[in-house]
Design a protein around this ligand. Structure first.
Ligand SMILES: Nc1ncnc2c1ncn2[C@@H]1O[C@H](COP(=O)(O)OP(=O)(O)OP(=O)(O)O)[C@@H](O)[C@H]1O
Length: 247
């Protein structure tokens, strides 16, 4: 099984704040790794450093064994890395299908379309596959702004998969989603993980969601890794219970 992501001693300082303070972990092909930790422990900064939104102060990020530290998001996109954000990235005035096509164009930097002069370089077909996969057929031609929040979160996740990515980082996919949609989101993420051999890293505050979705969980506290393990191991870890779960 290949190692998709390897993060070694990653650090990010903001002035005197050590937001990420020597974090090391790896993600193997097909894994769903959850990252949890209290507010302000450095989860978003870690994501931003891995994804090229922030330049790390130190440490290394490798994708499929190749150093990618400090590459810009567009370059990482072309290597098959994509993400979602805490805030929805959907365009409310565009339809579900148009949002997906646009996400695909962004992942490709429109290079394929430009090089081959094709109007959509297979993106409509890929969008239709994602629509079917995320069970959005009945909404495909609706404006995204008219969808429920949970449906928009599903669309947002589907957009991250438009490039057939090697690694998807999901930032709070369950945030603000109601229970019914949450079950559907989890079921679809599991299916895409299994069927498309996709590899995920998920930041999430919803503990039940993380513990039931992820194969391994990394717990952060104050910029560092407090523990890693299976959901059961993490739940039983006294340091984790003290620092985080014990309330
Ligand atoms: N651009 C910035 N400038 C200065 N300090 C920052 C910046 N971004 C984050 N920080 C600080 O770095 C620390 C880690 O923040 P970060 O947002 O990564 O935590 P988090 O675990 O993602 O929090 P949350 O769960 O609330 O999203 C915090 O102390 C935060 O105030």
């Amino acid at each position: 099984m290949g190692r998709v992501l390897e993060v070694t001693e990653l650090r990010k300082q903001f002035g005197g704040i050590h937001a990420v303070d020597g974090v090391s972990f790896h993600v193997d092909e097909g894994e769903i790794l959850g990252i949890i930790g209290p507010n302000g422990c450095g989860k978003s900064t870690l994501f931003n450093c891995i994804l090229g939104q922030l330049r790390p102060s130190g440490g290394e990020v490798k994708l499929d064994g190749r150093p990618v530290t400090g590459l810009y998001p567009a370059a990482l996109n072309r290597l098959g890395v994509s993400r979602t954000f805490q805030l929805l990235q959907v365009f409310p005035q565009l339809s579900v299908r148009e949002n997906l096509i646009l996400a695909g164009q962004e992942h490709q930097g429109s290079m394929v379309s430009r090089l081959f002069g094709a109007r959509d370089a297979g993106l409509t077909a890929q969008a239709n596959r994602m629509i079917a996969f995320f069970r959005l057929e009945h909404l495909a031609d609706e404006k995204a702004g008219g969808l429920s929040y949970g449906q928009q979160k599903l669309l947002d996740a589907a957009m991250a998969f438009m490039a057939g990515p090697r690694l998807v980082l999901l930032d709070e996919p369950a945030g603000g989603v109601n229970l019914t949609m949450l079950a559907s989101l989890k079921e679809r993420l599991r299916a895409i993980n299994a069927e498309l051999k996709a590899t995920f890293v998920v930041i999430e505050h919803n503990m039940d969601f993380v513990m039931s979705l992820c194969s391994r969980v990394l717990v952060m506290a104050e910029g560092r890794v407090l523990a890693t393990g299976t959901p059961a191991e993490v739940r039983a870890n006294p340091a984790v219970v003290d620092a985080y779960l014990g309330h």
